[in-house]
Design a protein around this ligand. Sequence first.
Ligand SMILES: CC(C)=CCC/C(C)=C/CC/C(C)=C/COP(=O)(O)OP(=O)(O)O
Length: 186
Amino acid sequence: MFCIVESVMDKVGNRGRLFFDSLCSFQRNCIFDVLSVAPISNHIAFIMDGNRRYAKKWNMVESAGHRVGFLALILILRYCYELGLKYETVYAFSIDNLKRKPEEVQALMDLMEEKIEGLMKEESIVNCYGVRVHFIGNLKFLNKSVMVATERVIVATANNSKVVLSICVAYTSTDEIVNTIQRSCD
Ligand SMILES: CC(C)=CCC/C(C)=C/CC/C(C)=C/COP(=O)(O)OP(=O)(O)O
């Protein structure tokens, strides 16, 4: 989708781009008007999926597919915030994902570090929409630098109160069950 839009944009130039932007904005307003009529849910969760299939389809490397997946996530989160949804949960990276090829795991760790750090920037959606960020999962499975970035974002957004974004990283139900039993035995 992004590839098609970009190649069309290259051909139509600035005026075409302006027209396309207005069309998207009009379409988005129509969708928002329709959705706003009904009660809006309080909590929505997203499972990230299809990044590698997307990369394969467009002849890209896997890590590029994950980058596009992150962009799509930010786009949909922005819509959620504009619609007034208070809680969003993202299932981003499970413990099972650690079994993937080392290069892919490393690329994902690098991407997570970059994007989590990016959430603290002035212009990020976190600051634009007053988002408090939580991380759910066994963070000790992450690379040290990613873990440090998660801790920094939690502190940096602790006073934001409009929206709560929970990012699930390094999670699986079996790990959660084992941890819970261990803690209840301690
Ligand atoms: C801070 C933050 C939220 C970062 C997100 C990083 C990121 C893009 C994580 C997604 C990783 C993942 C396993 C996606 C699922 O697609 P897949 O690889 O399973 O694709 P497939 O279904 O085509 O195999």
